[in-house]
Design a protein around this ligand. Structure first.
Ligand code: NAD
Length: 554
């Protein structure tokens, strides 16, 4: 059964004013004359019936009139709380314009100011005070068929740090992307924020902060709360995909290891980032020549993103014939204390596999000079860390240097697109986490790629949900990277773009979903009998934000 056969699943249709307050079914001024009579709407709407296209025009007009992106964010949130179909029509048809508003970079600012721009609650808030009652709180969620949950504890929001309960903007935004980019039905998505307190003094002192004003829960008490939540979710929604999002290092790796074989779960900061970055590297190699196994890759940042990318690259190099040790030897990391080397005694567990024999090095420039990497990847959250000198060195050592400044939001990028192109005389292959405008340099226009996880997680989620895979595996992220790289055309590469245009995202997601679903069948994880035409099946699962005929449950 496709999602649209039961659209949205399970909920009864109300009439009259209640229908206008049901965002999943409220079509507003687009309700037909017939529907207005049948559904008790006569008089509750202005007389003229509009098409969805006309409604979109009105939304775009209002969008353009807003003075800044935060206001546009607020406006789109309000639209989504009023009429989800219209919201998704606008987002899907204008994805390159809307994604930077509903997700990074604007969502970062929205999270920072969440308590001040708060209008209406979205998602489910579960706090440290709810211990022992989480299952009953989950019962308060009005939808019985939840297929994707994005869960955060708000401790490492983008590169902005601990934003506590304000982090809710992230699961809400990510789930909007699941729907917009891969057609996961909005009624089947559930954003959850686990409020375990915050160590952010600014928020503690903010009279309008929406979360618990207490230090973060740590240790056993924290683990018990997460355990209770996961258990409750599995009891109410046994087939749900749970995406861990924006947890800090100290919890992210642990929770992933603890739950990945017990639940259908993954961590996007670790695995999704890895996949999108590997795809970008595969595309870049089409321009530089050579194989992945021949690259020396230097990461600035050895956290979730960096180590996640490193691990997937190691697997990919092993596929090309290297041993694990040889592959790891090609990947180097600089963290806040310098190059990750064997002699260091301060290394967290997740960095140890990349601690190679090398003299201690304190800074990135010296590391670049010593290792002469072919690719430099920034995942440190440190703005302007790729200086002119560092980028210049990369251009000295490489005909075509690969420079990915992936830190989000834009304000945290290690360098800008313009800097990367001008400092390398236009030779760099550049990608960033948040979008940059095209750059004119020496008469050529460079369009850099956005290494946005949104190319990966929605498609992976669609594949997993469509075949009801019991688990999310590393092989799925590997195949997703390869599929994404194949979607990059020669024309994209000519422009300097190592990812396909965002406008192609729904077809990219369905291609990724197909390859992920194939892996689920190969690994014996799929619960749905294999359909004859898997691609058609996956596509039939995708929600389209069009208006359908509503009939009342009598
Ligand atoms: P994290 O907190 O797990 O890791 C940050 C790492 O940066 C740590 O290893 C830290 O030691 C290191 N670091 C901090 N200051 C440094 C300095 N001065 N020099 C060198 N290293 C330093 O965070 P994360 O999840 O790995 O994310 C890091 C950044 O990557 C964030 O800005 C995030 O938004 C971004 N990110 C981007 C994408 C994407 O674009 N696709 C995906 C995930 C994360």
């Amino acid at each position: 059964m496709s999602q649209d056969d039961d659209n949205p699943p399970t909920k009864k249709i109300s009439k009259g004013i209640n229908l206008l307050h049901d965002p999943l079914r409220n079509y507003g001024t687009a309700f037909s004359e017939e529907a207005r009579d049948e559904l008790g709407l006569r008089g509750l709407l202005p007389p003229r019936v509009f098409t969805q296209a006309e409604q979109v025009q009105r939304v775009l007009e209002n969008f353009a009139r807003k003075p800044d992106d935060l206001e546009r964010y607020i406006m789109l949130n309000a639209l989504s709380s009023r009429n989800e179909n219209l919201f998704y029509r606008v987002v899907v048809d204008n994805i390159d314009k809307m994604m930077p508003i509903i997700y990074t970079p604007t969502v970062g600012q929205a999270c920072q100011e969440y308590g001040h721009i708060f209008r209406q609650p979205r998602g489910l808030f579960i706090s440290a005070n709810d211990k022992g009652n989480i299952a009953s709180i989950l019962e308060n969620w009005p939808h019985d068929d939840v297929r994707v949950i994005v869960l955060t504890d708000g401790e490492r929001i983008l590169g902005l740090g601990d934003l506590g309960a304000n982090g809710m903007g992230i699961p809400v935004g990510k789930l909007s992307l699941y729907t917009a980019c891969a057609g996961i039905h909005p009624a089947t998505t559930l954003p959850i924020t686990l409020d375990v307190g915050t160590n952010n003094e600014t928020l503690i002192n903010d009279p309008l902060y929406i979360g618990l004003k207490q230090p973060r829960l740590r240790g056993e008490a924290y683990d018990e709360l997460v355990e209770e939540l996961i258990t409750a979710v599995q009891a109410r929604y046994p087939h749900t995909l749970i995406q861990f999002e924006d947890f800090a290092n100290i919890n992210a790796f642990r929770l992933l290891e603890k739950y990945r074989d017990r639940a259908c779960t993954f961590n996007d900061d670790v695995q999704g980032t890895a996949s999108v970055t590997l795809a970008g590297l595969y595309s870049a190699l089409r321009l530089t020549g050579g194989q992945l196994k021949d690259q020396t890759i230097l990461f600035m940042g050895a956290g979730e993103a960096g180590i996640g990318i490193g691990d997937l690259i190691v697997s990919a190099m092993q596929e090309e014939g290297l041993s694990e040790a040889e592959a790891r030897a090609n990947c180097w990391f600089v963290d806040s204390r310098g190059l990750v080397v064997k002699s260091r005694t301060d290394l967290a567990h997740h960095k140890l596999a990349y601690a190679h024999e090398h003299a201690p090095v304190k800074d990135l420039l010296t590391a670049v000079e010593s290792l002469k990497p072919t690719a430099l990847i920034g995942v440190s959250g440190q703005a302007h860390a790729f200086t002119k000198e560092i980028v210049g060195r990369m251009a000295e050592y490489n005909e075509i240097p690969i420079i990915f400044a992936l830190s989000n939001p834009t304000s945290k990028a290690e360098c800008t697109a313009e800097e990367a192109y001008t400092w390398t005389n236009g030779r760099a292959i550049f990608a960033s986490g948040s979008p940059f405008d095209p750059v004119e340099y020496n008469g050529k226009t460079y369009v850099s790629g956005q290494g946005n996880n949104a190319y990966i997680f929605p498609g992976v989620g669609l594949g997993v949900c469509a075949v009801k895979s019991h688990r999310v595996t590393d092989e799925m992220f590997m195949v997703a990277a390869k599929t994404l790289a194949k979607e990059v055309s020669e024309k994209d590469l000519d422009l300097g773009r190592v990812y396909p245009p965002l406008q192609a995202i729904r077809s990219v997601s369905s291609a990724i979903a197909l390859s992920v679903a194939e892996v689920a069948y190969q690994q014996g994880l799929a619960a749905v009998p294999r359909p004859d035409d898997l691609l058609a099946y996956v596509k039939s699962y995708m929600y389209e934000p069009t208006y359908k005929k509503l009939t009342i449950d009598r």
